[in-house]
Design a protein around this ligand. Sequence first.
Ligand code: MG
Length: 447
Amino acid sequence: MPDPTARITSIDTYDVRFPTSRELDGSDAMNPDPDYSAAYLVLRTSAADGHEGHGFTFTIGRGNDVQVAAIDALRGHVVGRSVVELCADPGVLYRDLVGDSQLRWLGPEKGVMHMAIGAVVNAVWDLAAKREGKPLWRLLADAAPAWLVSQVDFRYLTDALTPDEALELLTKGKQGAAERAADLLRRGYPAYTTSPGWLGYSDEKLTRLAEEAVADGFTQIKLKVGADLDDDIRRCRTARAAVGPDIRMAIDANQRWDVAEAVEWTNALAEFDPYWIEEPTSPDDVLGHAAVRRGVHPVKVATGEHVQNRIVFKQLLQAEAVDFLQLDAARVAGVNENLAILLLAAKFGVPVCPHAGGVGLCELVQHLSMFDYVALSGTTEDRVVEFVDHLHEHFLDPVMIDRGHYRAPTEPGFSATMRQSSLDAYRYPDGAFWAADLAAPTPEARA
Ligand SMILES: [Mg+2]
């Protein structure tokens, strides 16, 4: 029997940064030297079970302190809440956070504040799933359709998706869910890998990693493009030669281009049969994406990792601007808003191929796709979750990849919990790694 008097007692925040820029891991046309970072929080409670809610959002270094400050600004909304009530209905807190009228001015529903809300909301879902003793995908898949609908904020969506339509989609999603859950546990969820294709890697490293990806069972890889066309032609040719004609090869420009340039550049790479062009232009440019999509056919268009909220996703779908919707677990306001985005995608029949990588994004987003397969869209056809083989060792329940598939998590929670030793080492600027690094006399002397 859960203690009805248990309260949230604290939110502890951490500025965690990893020095990934030194190996050019994660380098792309827009982000040449990312230090993968997490603005991380722990919800602690007075419950005797000792469970904590862990959550974070992802940044790439400088500004992670700003992101942590935004999480700190939400503390007053959370501390003191009843744990039982919070976990029974995370949508109440989500609406309170989004609805703080003074903080809302900083968005609304976009950017640093919104990502902070996502970190807190995701920590609540982690806590709720741990208290239920279920991995989050299972908690969502087992939930009653009407309750899931109650977790969604339909404000600004009803011209495209009504609560009744959402209920219908989720009710239909229940048919065959038990068989799909069994299939998921047996087979896992399809993944693709971005690890070979970072822009800063040599052709030799690209070839070696692309060949390894195919040998490991992946059927899709992704390459970063957009800095220099001649380089892109050479790298696409190199990668295509390494993987052969049957492996899907996506390309990703990380918002580098204007619309006309996106069309020209993508078409200049068409001979290498790219599967999709990702983030060809600004994530805010809905009509621009639609124009690119018309201009690069039969290459498909994918975007979403920087799409700031459910309303922009709605427009991308309404404008027929994307072939694949790449939601991110930690850019929007957490599980609640991602439920809305999954429902929108299901309504429009557009496959969701989530963004992952960074720090812990694979750990989080696998749960959303697995729920979508088991209890919403009911299919993995044309659906893949991004996989990047970095930094998983810092998590207590890291993702497991098996023959190109994410293995379904079985541990309770949202797979969000980082090891205490990693928090201690990589907390910026006073963790053990950074303290030693910043004390080094020259950049060359650093790790
Ligand atoms: Mg990308």
